[in-house]
Design a protein around this ligand. Structure first.
Ligand SMILES: Nc1nc2c(ncn2[C@@H]2O[C@H](COP(=O)(O)OP(=O)(O)OP(=O)(O)O)[C@@H](O)[C@H]2O)c(=O)[nH]1
Ligand SMILES: [Mg+2]
Length: 301
């Protein structure tokens, strides 16, 4: 039997649906999803099997014009993901079309991921009329020589099987890179921290989600089969701590409950989750915070 295996980087503007697509391909939620931009911060690998192929999807942070150190490190991580991959899939949003941001990514492709084979996935087709898609497909292919174009809805699942099949056929021949039953390549402590960050992002407004980070400090397996997980939420300002806790601690309590429920489902057992909020004004400039997130601090320079 000839097997195939390789890395497929999912790139695109923030909110394009990269993490949604990764989760659908893998069949489990390994990367967090919100309706807000810049949700994903680092490269997250999820593994899918299709016939004799093992496809390692690499979810990446959205590509945008970075301002802060964290933004720069995120964008650098995304480009590294594209440069290291066997195949690249650029996601755009059907209803937004060829935006300035998408054009900037196309311009970057030849420079930052030279020689990579790139397919286009026009996502969120559930939001547009079918007849609009032909013109957009043509426009995109005039802007860049994509190997293939797929019309998909990562959320509803349309077109996703065709994309997976094409990727499986197109990856190089070679032995599988992960054990057959592995679906993600990300430490559990980080997946757990991401789940809490997702709940925080969904609940908090404006800039706050971008001013915090979550780390799993301790993970204890208990005799009764449950897990005790201690996490720290770093915020940059005193005022943020108050907002995060909420009136009588309501906000943090709701976040904790939602994150715990998801963790329990993911792990298939009982979880005791303890969240602590720490004010740390300089966390956005601390190397250790970046390595905990899976980012390279120096990329932020
Ligand atoms: N209508 C529709 N919404 C979608 C589809 N795919 C993703 N979404 C929504 O788009 C939003 C962003 O999805 P994500 O998967 O977090 O996007 P992302 O590209 O990973 O975003 P960043 O991590 O911020 O770069 C979420 O609210 C998703 O539910 C789709 O096919 N159709
Ligand atoms: Mg994402």
């Amino acid at each position: 039997m000839t097997t195939r295996a390789g890395f497929v980087a999912l790139i695109g503007e923030p909110n394009a649906g990269k993490s949604t697509l990764l989760n659908r391909m893998v069949g489990a939620k390994v990367s967090i999803v919100t309706h807000k931009v810049q949700t994903t911060r680092a490269r997250i690998r999820g593994v899918a099997l299709e016939g004799d192929s093992q496809i390692v999807f690499v979810d990446t942070p959205g590509l945008f014009r970075p301002r802060r150190r964290l933004d720069r490190a995120m964008v650098a991580a995304a480009w590294t993901g594209a440069a290291d991959a066997d195949l690249v899939v650029l996601l755009i949003e059907a209803h937004r079309g060829l935006t300035h941001g998408a054009q900037a990514i196309i311009d970057g492709l030849s420079e930052r991921a030279e020689g990579r084979r790139v397919a286009l996935a026009i996502n969120k087709i559930d939001r547009v009329k079918a007849e609009d898609l032909l013109a957009l497909t043509q426009k995109m292919n005039a802007a860049y020589p994509f190997e293939k174009t797929f019309l998909i809805s990562a959320e509803k699942g349309h077109g996703v099987d065709d994309l997976r099949k094409w990727l499986a056929e197109t990856l190089p021949e070679g032995p599988w890179l992960y054990p057959e039953d592995q679906i993600a390549d990300l430490p559990m402590r980080m997946i757990a921290a991401e789940m809490t960050r997702e709940k925080l992002t969904l609940r908090l407004h404006q800039e706050l989600p971008y001013q915090l980070t979550v780390e799993t400090e301790n993970w204890e397996e208990r005799q009764d089969g449950s897990a005790r997980i201690d996490q720290v939420i770093y915020v940059a300002r005193d005022g943020h701590k108050g907002i995060l806790l909420g009136k009588k601690g309501e906000t943090i309590k709701a976040v904790s409950q939602a994150a715990r429920a998801e963790l329990e489902e993911f792990l298939g057992r009982k979880v005791h989750l303890f969240l602590q909020v720490k004010v740390r004004p300089g966390w956005l400039d601390e190397a250790e915070r970046y390595s905990e997130m899976g980012l390279d601090f120096r990329d932020g320079n």
